[in-house]
Design a protein around this ligand. Structure first.
Ligand SMILES: Nc1nc2c(ncn2[C@@H]2O[C@H](COP(=O)(O)OP(=O)(O)OP(=O)(O)O)[C@@H](O)[C@H]2O)c(=O)[nH]1
Ligand SMILES: [Mg+2]
Ligand SMILES: [Zn+2]
Length: 300
């Protein structure tokens, strides 16, 4: 006699997976269970986290050419914000939001600077965090990405080379331009051209006319100020004397521009690794790292 057995049809699981989830960055439809967006490779979790927020998170576009110090600066800033240093209290949303801080602090704690950020969008660090600031403890939701400087340079030359980059430029609510004080002091302006092109792209993408000033805040941050005391003491004076064209471009496109100087290391030295001389941080003494974020948030 045949025996009967019961099999549960869990078709509701298939129905759940068939509901697409729009990528927060590029808007492409993704499967609910996907880890990275199939188009821009940003974490799909950003969209899931944003769905839980009361208001849409504000994108901060962090621009800067290769080697200007974005990963060190942003990683240290996240570490300090999460430790609630400097009057700002941050809470990260999603485990992917911790990897930037982890990459930077792990390297610095072992006596090295982090590796150059990969050109592969799969390896870019994305942070979604909630930050409380000001006396009234106003809550902001922000999203930022640490994109490889070489990818920004490619995007500046050939717009659309990387899907995530123009998406950030199109929807950013605030801009942070990262510039290397040491290189500017030495008269090296190669990195400026990347920023000029990207700022121009932001203007084009937002469709703003040149007559209407862009109300979005822009923080121009000079990194490696430990190696350039002039920038640390007077960031605006340094900008006027060492990169006037960059400052003028920022301020004419974004009248709400403020200049900052920051450093993560107290000093650097060179050390041999597999026959190659590499700079290493001698002491970790962050200065001026949280201030640009504090200002941008109050301006949002
Ligand atoms: N003196 C000093 N040097 C720094 C500091 N921060 C970064 N550097 C140096 O700048 C180099 C590049 O820093 P990164 O943060 O990797 O630069 P990046 O902008 O992320 O570069 P890409 O990943 O290529 O886009 C480091 O390897 C250090 O040599 C700092 O606070 N002080
Ligand atoms: Mg980097
Ligand atoms: Zn996407």
């Amino acid at each position: 006699m045949p025996s009967l057995s019961q099999v549960n049809l869990e078709s509701y699981l298939l129905a759940q997976l068939s509901t697409p989830l729009d990528c927060l960055v590029c808007g492409a439809e993704n499967c609910q269970s996907a880890e990275r967006c199939l188009r821009c490779r940003a974490p799909v979790a950003l969209a899931r986290q944003a769905a839980d927020c009361k208001r849409e998170p504000a994108f901060v576009a962090v621009l800067g050419a290769g080697g200007v110090g974005k990963t060190v600066f942003l990683g240290m800033a996240m570490d300090m914000l999460l430790r609630r240093v400097g009057g700002l209290r941050a809470t990260v949303r999603g485990p992917h939001s911790i990897s930037l801080q982890q990459t930077a602090t792990t390297a610095l704690a072992s006596g090295w600077y982090p590796e150059k950020t990969s050109m592969n969008p799969e390896h870019w660090h994305w942070v979604h965090c909630q930050v409380e600031c000001g006396r009234r403890r106003k809550v902001h939701e922000i999203v930022l990405a640490d994109i490889a400087g070489d990818a920004w340079a490619q995007e500046a030359d050939r717009p659309g080379s990387h899907v995530a980059a123009p998406a950030i430029l199109a929807k950013c609510a605030a801009v942070m331009v990262v510039a290397d004080a040491e290189r500017l002091h030495a008269g090296d302006h190669n990195a400026d051209f990347v920023v000029h092109k990207l700022l121009s792209t932001i203007g084009e993408l937002s469709g703003g006319s040149r007559r209407k000033p862009d109300p979005r805040p822009l923080a121009l941050v000079f990194t490696k100020a430990d190696a350039c005391p002039r920038a640390a003491d007077d960031p605006l004076g340094f900008a006027e004397s060492h990169c006037r064209a960059l400052l003028t471009d920022c301020a004419s496109r974004f009248p709400n521009t403020k200049v900052f100087a920051a450093s993560v290391a107290g000093a650097s030295a060179n050390r041999d690794l597999h026959g190659r001389r590499r700079p290493v941080p001698l002491r970790i003494e962050p200065r001026g790292v949280v201030e640009p974020f504090g200002w941008l948030l109050t301006q949002l």
